[in-house]
Write a protein that binds this ligand. Sequence first.
Ligand code: SF4
Length: 433
Amino acid sequence: MTITYFIDTYGCQMNVSDSETIRGLLNAAGFDECPSPESADAVLLISCAVREHAETRVLGRAAQLAGLRSHGRSRGPFMVLCGCVAQEHGSELLERTGLLDAVVGPDCYRDLPGILRERLRTAHTDRRTSDHYEDLPRVRSEFPRSFVTIMRGCDNWCSYCIVPSVRGPERSRESGRILTEVAGLSAAGYREITLLGQNVNSYRDGSTGFAGLLEAVARAADPAWIRFVTSHPRDLTRGVAEAMAGTGNICRQLHLPMQSGSDRVLAAMNRGYTSAQYMEKVAMLRELMPGIVLTTDIIAGFPGETQEEFDRTAGLLSEIGFDYAFLFRYSERRGTAAASMPGALPVEERLRRLHVLQDIQKRITLRRSAMLAGRNLRVLITGEARRPGQQAGRTMGNRMVILEGSSFSPGEFVDVTITRGDGWTHFGVPVGL
Ligand code: SF4
């Protein structure tokens, strides 16, 4: 009898990429994906450990799904937690929650078919550093957009981050395999390819660094657009910026996490750059690519952050004028260096600071969005929008654009006149209509 499975994914694009690997692996082993957890023999929750919120959500979902076991089913779905949270907590989660049947870390996905067939109550979290799952056909889920993992793990040990513990040391994929993959995606009609890694700028395969890889990927994938995340400001070189500026299908859009505007806090975070060095990178990017869309991450209320240090962060947020910012209040992650630092701020104060940053950024995002009205931008059609009769697409700057009453195919590039914007989402009509 065929075993059916359902996948529920939480967290960042790395988890979406993990889901595609798992789909490919289970389908190749003869399992069938089904559209809802109610009819599945196994439910796989693909989790993220970076933010406490994602971990809480995935465990909440596990509790909700556990209810299926008592609703007319003699044997409820076999529940497996995969991804970073699984790696972080291992067997402890099996005991603590009582909700899960198995816990499988990112380096143990090859064990999944056996675990599901035998319904093994187990935690598989051994580290196998060399496995990039190269031989597995991935099952992609977001046509015409796709993700290509170019490296796994991270060696940076930012003091607030759990990733080096749960994703292991940095290891880059062979450039030849990456180029084959992106050329195949482009030939199959994918028109946006995002290169993924915790710190893509430190990619290295022999003499090929990230700038060289980026140019080669852009050639191999043409006409598809190329994006990449995440860039560590310390490792972003002029060579990478020149590759972006000099190649027509590399998107002029960059997510560059600043985290703080205070040099003392940046040092406590172990980020490896000062605010002045960060500003130099921003200036370089804007000099080479006027109009580049810049986004960032900032943490409010890091342990010991003084009001003056926070003001410096708020000041830089205003000064730089990011197109969008992902703003977080600091939350302790067990097992990180920051979790035991003195000077923890009350949660209310972290939230107050977060709201100050959110107010600043909201004004900037709205202003920059409004400035696009009347401009013509090329948009990649990604599919239907939420409302009937509308289609959605993305600009090179990764802004969402909603088109009324159009009927383009996903994967088509369309020139659009922006009529209005309300932040990150914009509305438009095809040029000439
Ligand atoms: S660079 Fe820092 S924040 Fe990013 S994954 Fe590595 S340790 Fe975490």
